[in-house]
Design a protein around this ligand. Structure first.
Ligand code: MG
Length: 456
């Protein structure tokens, strides 16, 4: 159907025809050739939510939201997280129209938090966009904006080595694979055996910093100076350590230094949002670009202070923690408004990866997106519907097919289940567990005779 000929009737017919292309959920009215109700989006209702936990370099908690019309959505909670962060929200979704994306997300936002606790909200966001895209016949990116790019530039994790030459060689091989953006981990264990390298707090001494710089120099010699090179995993640095490190690295023209400040009592990880003032001090003390955010949820809850105060050069949300497609788009747009760039952290399955790709396509100032699976041969086989390899010569193509554009390869998934079965029923989540206004008895008003007034 050409753009010029789209009519309401045509849209409805297109959506109905399109729905027939999707694998239907067993036991739904779609099975057995029953009336296809995908032409009635106003009647669409969420009926169930289930999950499968895939065992990989990290566990991938993939969820599926089912509806009364056969169309379903796939989503994913944060890598190494638990599917329960999503499933516990099932009773808050069942019965609602999945196309009411923002009202639904508003209703469960109080359950979301930083680190893995952002996974449930994020997974639900992706599944709802998958459903809406399928129903309306548009890719998920179209639901939140326009496409700024057709391919997403990817950088990948690379195993470190105490031998700088081996480390450099591994990065050079990434360049041979077609990657154009690079990142290296500068863990202190790299230099632990060197004399005088570490303080009692396990941070680099001035001599240790020289050793760390050797690693960067060797990698620069291997991959060249014209390509972006980021750094990560510095250990438990305080603010002054971070400034020393960042200044020592200035001569290598890094793309960024990531999660430098460890904040302990302000929250686990190096990117606690309460610590934005320390990040601002660090940023203002160096010309090495400063980046953080892979463990933060939400614009208001996690990123606003960092961005509004220009406390970092680059925010680094993981869409499986930060709030999925819609919230991460908000974060990226807010960052762009303040002259802060966005890079995407990602370490999950192809389902969440493609969800993140849809979102990343719509950001004005997207730098690159992470991938932790380029060395896992079966990673791409977990899904169908996208061109393979998914990460091709350092880029992922943005799908133009409806929804997320991926379907699960059931056989491949079943080969890698951690536990709990393949989308097993979830009756244990039918009733609200964490929070729900429950009225214990009759309406708690008494009439003038002291008798309960029962609401009808
Ligand atoms: Mg990181």
């Amino acid at each position: 159907m050409s753009q010029s000929r789209i009519t309401r009737r045509g849209l409805v017919a297109g959506a109905a025809g399109l729905a027939g292309m999707f694998k239907m959920t067993a036991g739904t009215p779609q099975a057995g050739g029953a009336l296809n109700k995908n032409s009635a989006p106003s009647q669409l209702k969420i009926t169930d939510m289930r999950a499968v936990l895939v065992a990989s370099n990290y566990d991938y908690p993939i969820i599926r939201i089912d509806t009364n019309q056969g169309v379903y959505g796939l989503g994913e909670a944060r890598d190494a997280g638990r599917e329960g962060t999503a499933l516990v929200l099932k009773p808050h979704l069942v019965g609602k129209n999945p196309l009411s994306i923002e009202p639904i997300l508003d209703s469960v936002r109080n359950f979301a938090n930083h680190q893995r606790m952002g996974g449930g909200y994020s997974a639900i966001d992706m599944a709802l966009h998958d459903i809406a895209g399928k129903v309306y016949g548009v890719p998920a990116w179209r639901l939140v904006g326009s496409k700024y790019r057709d391919k997403i530039r990817v950088y990948c994790d690379t195993t470190d080595s105490k031998d700088p030459k081996v480390f450099g060689e591994r990065l050079r091989k990434r360049k041979e694979q077609g990657f154009t953006f690079f990142k290296m981990d500068l863990v202190t264990s790299l230099i632990a055996d060197r004399p005088g390298a570490l303080t009692a707090r396990n941070t680099a001494t001035p001599r240790g910093l020289e050793y760390l710089c050797e690693y960067i120099q060797v990698v620069r010699d291997q991959i060249g100076w014209e390509v972006p090179l980021a750094t990560d995993h510095f250990g438990a640095l305080n603010l002054n350590d971070s400034i020393r490190y960042a200044r020592a690295f200035e001569k290598y023209d890094l793309a960024w230094a990531e999660d430098m400040i460890q904040v302990d009592h302000l929250g686990a990880g190096g990117d606690a949002p309460k610590n934005w003032r320390a990040y601002k001090e660090l940023k203002e003390a160096t010309v090495t670009p400063i980046c953080t955010g892979e463990s933060l949820f939400g614009l208001e809850e996690g990123f606003r202070d960092l961005i509004e105060n220009r406390a970092v050069d680059i925010v680094h949300p993981d869409p499986l923690t930060s709030g999925g497609i819609r919230e991460t788009k908000r974060i990226g747009d807010f960052a762009a408004m303040h002259g802060v760039q966005t890079a995407i952290h990602f370490a999950g399955s192809p389902v969440g990866c493609l969800g993140a790709v849809h979102m990343a396509a719509t950001l004005k100032n997207m730098l690159a997106m992470e991938n932790h699976a380029v060395d896992i041969p079966w990673w791409g086989e977990l899904v169908t519907g996208v061109s393979k390899p998914i990460v091709d010569r350092g880029y992922i193509t943005v799908p133009d097919t409806p929804g997320l554009g991926v379907e699960l390869n059931e056989a491949a998934i079943k080969e890698h289940i951690r536990k709990g079965g393949y989308f097993a029923p979830t009756p244990q989540y039918d009733d609200p567990i964490l929070d729900h206004f429950r009225q214990g008895g009759p309406y708690p008003h008494l009439d003038e005779n002291g008798k309960p007034v029962v609401s009808r």
